[in-house]
Design a protein around this ligand. Structure first.
Ligand code: ADP
Ligand code: MG
Length: 161
C-alpha cells in the first residue's frame, strides 16, 4: 500500500487534485471517497471528470445513486450511495458490470457498501480541520501497490508525507 497525505487550501485545489488523478486514471480502477457531508467528495469528483475529458457538468447524484458519463477518455461511473438502504440495491443497479467494466468508478460514501467492494480499490479520505481554517482539507490517498504509478509525480507536488 502506498499512502500519501496532501493538503488543500480551498475547493480549487481539491478540484485540481481530482483533475490530475482523472488524467492518469486507468480502466477498471475504483476510487472510494470517504469523508463527512460537505468535506469535498463531489468537488473532487468534478475535477476527476474534467481530468477524464468530460465536459458535461458533474453533480452529486444523491437521488439516483449512479450517474454515467461516457463522453470522456474513459467512461466514468459516479456513485453516491449516501441514501442506499443496503448493498442489495447495488445488485439491482447491476454494480458488477461497472466495478468490473472498462471505465473508472468513483464511489461517494463507499463505507456504506463496504461488503461488496473489491480489495484493490483506491481510497481517498477527505477531512476538515477547522483549526486550520474553514477551507482547509487533508486528503489521504491510499492506493494498492498495483496502481502506485498513478500517484502524483514527486515531492513538491503537494506532499506533506
Ligand atoms: P461532499 O460531496 O463531500 O458532501 P461537496 O464536494 O459537495 O461535499 O461540498 C464541499 C463544499 O466545501 C463545497 O461547498 C466547497 O466549495 C467547500 N470547500 C471549501 N474548501 C474546500 C476544499 N479545500 N476542498 C473541497 N471543498 C471545499
Ligand atoms: Mg457529494
Amino acid at each position: 500500500m502506498a499512502i500519501q497525505i496532501l493538503e488543500t487550501a480551498g475547493p480549487e485545489e481539491t478540484f485540481a487534485l481530482g483533475e490530475k488523478l482523472g488524467k492518469k486514471a486507468q480502466a477498471g480502477e475504483i476510487y472510494l471517497l470517504f469523508g463527512d457531508l460537505g468535506s469535498g467528495k463531489t468537488v473532487f469528483a468534478k475535477g476527476m471528470a474534467v481530468g477524464l475529458g468530460i465536459a458535461e457538468p458533474v453533480n452529486s447524484p444523491t437521488f439516483t445513486i449512479l450517474q454515467i458519463y461516457e463522453e470522456g477518455r474513459l467512461p466514468l461511473y459516479h456513485f453516491d450511495v449516501y441514501r442506499i438502504a443496503d448493498a442489495e440495491e447495488m445488485e439491482e443497479i447491476g454494480y458488477y458490470d461497472f466495478f468490473y467494466g472498462n471505465g473508472v468508478c468513483l464511489i461517494e460514501w463507499a463505507d456504506l457498501v463496504s461488503e461488496i467492494l473489491p480489495g484493490n480499490c483506491i481510497k481517498i479520505t477527505i477531512k476538515k480541520d477547522l483549526e486550520k481554517g474553514f477551507d482547509y482539507r487533508t486528503i489521504m490517498i491510499d492506493k494498492p501497490d498495483s496502481s502506485a504509478d498513478n500517484l502524483p509525480a514527486a515531492k513538491g507536488d503537494g506532499y506533506i508525507l
